[in-house]
Each structure stands twice: as structure tokens, then as C-alpha cells.
Write a protein that binds this ligand. Structure first.
Ligand code: KIV
Length: 290
């Protein structure tokens, strides 16, 4: 069957973790961050390979200033909603800030909750070399882990803000080192965020698992964007690494404005949107004294 550009791709069922690994160097992986049932359903219908229930949830739909306040309960709640919408798509859930940093036991317990209660297929956690032993412990408990290096929003304060990472030789080497450590610790894929193309290319070449870039150029094994960003929900300028595939923010705003105007001017509801009595019942009611 010919698949047209931009049309949904036929799915061969949910990707498994080994199938994700096998995409290393092959067909690129497309991942989006979504947080609810309708978006997840549409992502699955569109043939998206992986859905991330990212802790960007906090900023994108909960109105927080950063990802730091996001709780386990919030991720669990949204993860269940996503899995209900996309039962045939591999779902990765973010471990939120301070749900895995304390010790291995805490990390395994919370990662396990995301699988058992959230019904996710895998978890993602931020950090490089310093998180390697934590990743090993979680993977050792049988939980698939996706790594996340480069700009790690949970520790953006430590990095001096939301800045591109690995711009000089020393920090580029540190990033490559991070990638090698997390790969060796057993992750099945690595998100590489806000890193110069050249550094992402070296990382992609050196690690045996797929790299999934966001603001990391074209050489990664896959790409991830926040669904709301690529759909154009924000009215202001997007980060330069975002490509807008739709302008839903304007579409939704215009629809709300039209609704408000129709209500205010009595245009809505019209005859087509109203229920009516059978004529004899209407007549009887109208004849009753008021
Ligand atoms: O939380 C998130 O959505 C993420 C992606 C931006 C990679 O971590």
C-alpha cells in the first residue's frame, strides 16, 4: 500500500524495547510528549513510534514555571490517560524531580509504580555519569530505562538555565562521556537535548542504542518534540528547534471567540442544536395556565 507524505502510517503493533534498540542506525524513531487520552489517540492513529508522558506536563498543561514541582501522582494520572488513548503504542513515563535522586530503592519503587499503576512500558530519567549506577539498579529490577542527557530541565538551575550544552571541547567531552556511561548502564535509548549537531553526531556514532534528539540536530536516530509545541499551541515564538506543523492555538482561540460571540448574540444554539417536544405535547403544555 502506498503511504502518502503526511498520512498515517500503518502500524505493525506496539514497538517492543528490543525493536526500539534495533532501530539504531535504521528507520528514525518519532516520539512525541503528550499527556491525555485524545492527544495520545491521535498520536497513535498517526503512527507515532513512542509516546513520552514527559514532566514537561508541568509547564505545558499544569501551568507550572518549571518541571520541578511535578509529582509522581500527576505523572501517574496523566500516564494512565495516555495509555487508555494509545494502548498500541510504547509509552515512556518521566520520573519526576526527586522521585529517583535519593537512592536506588526510591528509584526502583517509583519506576515500578509508573509501570504497575501508570501502565507505562518504560521510564525516563535525567542525568549522565552520576546517574549510571541508579540506571543500572532500575534496569536490574527489570524496568526499561530511557536516558536523558544534555540539557536536563530538572536541573536547569545547575546548568545556568535552559541553555545549549556541550558548546566547548571540555563540555562536549563530558557529554560524550555521559552518553557512554548511561548506555553502558543499560538504557534502551537516550534523549539528547539542546546539544550542537556535531556533538550529537559523535554521541550517536559512539553509543550502541538509539539517540533521540530534541534541539540536537539531524544526526540522531530519532526525534522528540512536545506535542503542544509542534501543534502550535503557544502564541509566542517557539524555541528554534521546534517546527510547527499546525497552528492549533489560533484555531482554538478563534473557535472559542466564535462560540462566545454566537452565545452573546443568540445565534447558538439554533434549531439544529435544540431538542423539541412532539407537537401535541408542546400544544398541551402551551395551553396550561401559567
Ligand atoms: O518532559 C519532556 O517532555 C521531555 C522531552 C522534552 C524530551 O523530557
Amino acid at each position: 500500500m502506498a503511504v502518502q507524505e503526511g498520512s498515517p502510517r500503518p502500524r505493525a503493533g506496539k514497538l517492543t524495547i528490543p525493536a526500539v534498540r534495533e532501530r539504531k542506525g535504521g528507520e528514525r524513531l518519532a516520539m512525541v510528549a503528550t499527556y491525555d487520552t485524545p492527544f495520545a489517540r491521535l498520536a497513535e492513529a498517526a503512527g507515532i513510534d513512542l509516546i513520552l508522558v514527559g514532566d514537561s506536563l508541568g509547564m505545558v498543561v499544569l501551568g507550572y514555571e518549571s518541571t520541578v514541582p511535578v509529582t509522581m501522582d500527576e505523572i501517574l494520572h496523566h500516564c494512565r490517560a495516555v495509555v487508555r488513548g494509545a494502548p498500541g503504542t510504547l509509552v515512556v513515563a518521566d520520573l519526576p524531580f526527586l522521585s529517583y535522586q535519593l537512592d536506588d530503592r526510591q528509584a526502583i519503587e517509583n519506576a515500578g509504580r509508573l509501570l504497575k499503576e501508570g501502565r507505562a512500558d518504560a521510564v525516563k530519567l535525567e542525568g549522565g555519569r552520576g546517574m549510571a549506577s541508579r540506571i543500572r539498579a532500575v534496569v536490574g529490577a527489570g524496568i526499561p530505562v530511557m536516558g536523558h542527557i544534555g540539557l536536563t530541565p530538572q536541573s536547569a538551575g545547575m546548568l545556568g538555565g535552559f541553555k545549549v550544552q556541550g558548546r566547548d571541547v571540555e563540555s562536549a567531552h563530558a557529554l560524550i562521556d555521559d552518553a557512554l556511561w548511561v548506555a553502558e548502564a543499560g538504557v534502551f535509548a537516550i534523549v539528547v537535548e539542546a546539544v550542537p549537531d556535531e556533538v550529537a553526531a559523535i554521541i550517536t556514532e559512539r553509543v550502541p542504542v538509539p539517540t533521540i534528539g530534541i534541539g540536537a540536530g539531524p544526526f540522531c536516530d530519532g526525534q522528540v518534540l512536545v506535542g503542544h509545541d509542534l501543534l502550535g499551541f503557544e502564541s509566542g515564538p517557539s524555541p528554534r528547534f521546534v517546527r510547527r506543523y499546525a497552528d492549533l492555538g489560533a484555531t482554538i482561540r478563534d473557535a472559542f471567540a466564535q462560540f462566545a460571540s454566537d452565545v452573546q448574540t443568540g445565534v447558538f444554539p439554533g434549531p439544529d442544536e435544540s431538542f423539541h417536544l412532539k407537537p401535541e405535547v408542546a400544544r398541551q403544555l402551551a395551553a396550561e395556565p401559567r
